[in-house]
Design a binder for this molecule. Structure first.
Ligand SMILES: C[S@@+](CC[C@H](N)C(=O)[O-])C[C@H]1O[C@@H](n2cnc3c(N)ncnc32)[C@H](O)[C@@H]1O
Ligand code: SF4
Length: 335
């Protein structure tokens, strides 16, 4: 999947409503004049994606337009059209924290759905009653599939969000069934292992189905733990953006497979979800500035740098020097 940052600003971080947001700090370094990706920049990106096989392959899986709040980009509908010339699978992540149906942001989301783009949401309990609930209903009148991202800071928080969804989808039996499975599992953990760590959580959830599929409606759930660091400097559950151990990130690129390429608004690429918070160092090229040949060369060079850096990282971890290595060009914790 390609994850393309198309907008720096976000109505929610302007109000400090997502304390856990991992993109706020790195994105806020962007100059205001560059907050919106332009249609022309999107065209340049598309032209390069088509000429670099690795990128084109990832694009065929999906191109995800994100940010910041992508619906705040005034040209987002046109930008979506441009990316649809590479792949039919274009989606957009939104917070759906919108004031009214006359809002430009809502009109843009309608435009994207009319083009066949899929709109996915992140659930925010603080915005649920005042806006998300209404607009999720309106979204489902226009599209019959979506992914709901559930960012949770504790098991209680996860349970609360599943309950909101259970109430919302009560008429759709297949979605209710999926949500009930999650609800029961979280309840068991809450009552038997309230301080459960990630290992236990993962074992308990096993390979629980993430989708409720029916031709008339398919809903996917994506659970994203965003736990705070505890007194011991650890997170009991972690996601890529916030590793449990600051000296160790289970980076898929470091294991040799690129599953996701993040493309920042300035064109810089990283082979994971990093937008600056992980300080990922390998230079995978700049989609706006570099030629396709330069990009391929930088990617090949960086994969070698990653491999040698990981070897040194392993040595450092076994010799008590974790965190010392930076010169190979990767953060001191990729594994
Ligand atoms: C930063 S948001 C940008 C798009 C849009 N504003 C939204 O909130 O959906 C992109 C994705 O990152 C996820 N996210 C935000 N903070 C996170 C965190 N601390 N850990 C993991 N994922 C996070 C959100 O759930 C969302 O799906
Ligand atoms: S809505 Fe998305 S981009 Fe905005 S602050 Fe929340 S997580 Fe971050």
């Amino acid at each position: 999947m390609l994850s393309v940052f198309v907008e720096t600003s976000c109505n929610r971080y302007n109000r400090d409503e997502c304390e856990f947001c991992h993109v706020y700090e790195p994105l806020m370094a962007d100059p205001v004049s560059e907050w919106h990706l332009t249609v022309e920049q999107a065209r340049v990106m598309v032209e390069k994606i088509q000429r670099v096989e690795v990128l084109n392959t990832l694009a065929q899986q999906e191109i995800n337009l994100t940010g910041g709040e992508a619906s705040q980009n005034p040209d987002i509908v046109e930008i979506c059209k441009v990316f649809q010339t590479v792949t039919p699978h274009v989606c957009l992540h939104t917070n759906l924290d919108i004031l009214s149906e006359t809002s430009k942001r809502w009109q843009r989301l309608l435009g994207i759905m009319e083009l066949g783009g899929r709109v996915d949401i992140t659930l925010y309990p603080t915005a649920w009653e005042k806006s998300q609930k209404h607009f999720l209903g309106a979204l489902l009148e226009k599209q019959n599939n979506l992914i709901i991202n559930v960012v949770y800071e504790s098991l209680e928080h996860l349970k609360l969000q599943i309950d909101l969804l259970l109430d919302f989808f009560k008429e759709q039996e297949h979605v209710t069934q999926l949500l009930e499975t999650y609800s029961t599992k979280v309840e068991t953990l809450l009552s038997e292992y309230p301080n459960c760590d990630e290992k236990l959580f993962t074992t308990h959830f096993g390979d629980t189905e993430a989708f409720a599929r029916k031709p008339e409606l398919t809903v996917g759930l994506s659970l994203l733990p965003a736990f705070n660091i505890d007194d011991n400097g650890q997170r009991s559950m972690a996601s890529m953006a916030f590793p449990r151990d600051q000296y160790l990130i289970g980076c898929p690129a470091a294991r040799g497979s690129i599953d996701i390429m993040t493309i920042q608004q300035n064109g810089e690429m990283t082979p994971c979800c990093d937008v600056g918070n992980l300080k990922c160092k390998p230079a995978f090229g700049n989609l706006l500035m570099d030629s396709p040949e330069e990009i391929v060369e930088k990617m090949q060079g960086s994969m070698k740098v990653l491999a040698s850096g990981i070897r040194k990282n392993h040595e450092n971890q076994t010799t008590g020097k974790a965190g010392h290595l930076v010169e190979e060009g990767i953060p001191p914790y990729c594994n």
